[in-house]
Design a protein around this ligand. Structure first.
Ligand code: GLP
Length: 240
């Protein structure tokens, strides 16, 4: 794993943007695997600014997102489909028809997971952006998820519900279940770009880079990926 340590969030976002821009410049029809959360917001702002100022086009780009809360769809401002439109897609010339995410309101969750897995098979990510949970989760793959798992529905852990509650009015409002790509779908990406900032991620980042490869810390599987870059700020890197 390549590790790039930056002084702060701003520099982390700039480095991440450089990597993203290279992917899109090399292949204007790239498949981008995208993530939600506060970590990639700086990267998305830089993609939007670059599109505005330099005209970098996303017309042919296709995207696949990692995860979505069960029970939420674009009508909810807490859904990840809403998050992506607000924070990235509406600032680019991307065709929304080319953007993909699990349907949180699907009637048959098993069928929805099968649909998403089939889609990912024909849309291998040229790059997959990831954040990391404070317990070492990637997407919504909580500790204990089998490395072989593909898209599935998960019961979120208390720690994730608590972490994510800051974005909801009340902790009771955080959905208890979510759709997520599995570690296997993530590992299938040609390139991984994982971002982390802040001291509350330091333990997870240590496990990601230097810990034992174990399903107890889902991100540790990335040590086995042939092209994985971690960009993190000094606070997140403090235990390395
Ligand atoms: C959520 C998302 C993850 C994200 C993580 C960290 O649980 N499902 O994809 O990486 O939170 O979020 P943040 O970037 O806000 O710290």
């Amino acid at each position: 794993m390549k590790v790039i340590i930056t002084k702060d969030y701003e520099e982390m976002s700039s480095k991440a943007f450089e990597i993203m821009k290279e992917v899109v410049t090399e292949n204007p029809a790239a498949v981008l695997g995208l993530a939600t959360g506060s970590t990639p917001l700086g990267l998305y702002a830089k993609m939007a600014a670059d599109h505005r100022e330099n005209g970098t086009s996303y017309k042919q780009v296709r995207t696949v997102n990692l995860d979505e809360y069960e029970g939420l769809d674009a009508t909810s401002d807490q859904s990840y489909v809403y998050f992506m439109r607000e924070n990235l897609f509406r600032h680019l010339d991307i065709d929304l028809k080319n953007t993909n995410i699990e349907n949180g309101k699907a009637k048959d969750p098993e069928e929805e997971c099968a649909r998403y897995n089939a889609l990912l098979e024909v849309m291998r990510q040229d790059v997959q952006v990831l954040g990391i949970g404070s317990n070492g989760h990637i997407a919504f793959n909580e500790p204990g998820t089998p490395f072989e798992a593909e898209t599935h529905v998960v019961a979120l852990t208390e720690s994730t519900i608590k972490d994510n509650s800051r974005l909801f009015a009340r902790v009771e409002d955080v959905p208890r279940r979510a759709y997520t790509m599995g570690p296997k779908n993530i590992m299938n990406a040609k390139k991984i770009l994982i971002l982390a900032n802040g001291a509350n991620k330091a333990k997870a980042v240590y496990g990601l880079v230097k810990g034992e490869i174990t399903e107890s810390l889902p991100a540790s599987i990335l040590q086995r990926h042939p092209d994985c870059t971690l960009v993190c700020d000094e606070a997140a890197a403090s235990l390395l």
